[in-house]
Design a protein. Sequence first.
Length: 254
Amino acid sequence: MIKAFIFPILLAQSLNLYSETIAPIKLATDEWYPFSSKKLPGNGVMIKALVAAFKESGVDVDIKFYPTSRILKLVEDGDAEITAGWSTSEEREKHYHFTDTMFHDDCVLFSLKSNKVDYVDFESVRHLRIGGTGNSFYGEDVVKAEAAGTFKIRRVPEDRLNFFKLLEGRIDAFPLNKFVGLSMMDRELTPEQAAKITYAEKPFITSELLILVSKKSPRGEQIVKWFNDGLKKLKASGELDRLFNEAGKPLESY
């Protein structure tokens, strides 16, 4: 008789465990059209791929948009758990776990046609006034040169502001993902302004972009595993390539 009562209790406990849902992962992102934007279906191809990867692991994502300059601090402090589309660095490793790579990012130097910058290597542009955005990482050469005081990136809070600084002659060039830059020129500049701008063919820096996961999150390492497992499934099924192709293949999956 005792066993007859125990079995229903165990069954109820088991069903209760399965009914418990995992709290959605808190994502902090910004307007980085066409990869991340409130104006695009699924919030852009990068966010769509991220959500799909976590869904493969049975986890939802709570998406919130912020100014670019606030994102890393939010995740570092644990107010958000993840942010997508960033590269690794020794400094970032202190505050974030890194996932597997989502895609490659080629940043090219945008400049005026009347003063075109043909990028060869860092030494070829060290003497120029180079713009930058927020906490973006532009390679170890830049980090070391800035630490030594021999070079300085002139940073602004948003990418679009660098286009206006370029047009006003306040900087000589600035690095930005080619597709992001071209779509921004189309949306933010007049045809006359856009016609004055070009870009170097050789990338200023090629990065492997991934997700940064807050080390303040008690489930940080589990989040990395959920994403990596889901990403592998998306790659194996061809879904990751399908998502990128659907968006006009603005980036190369890794």
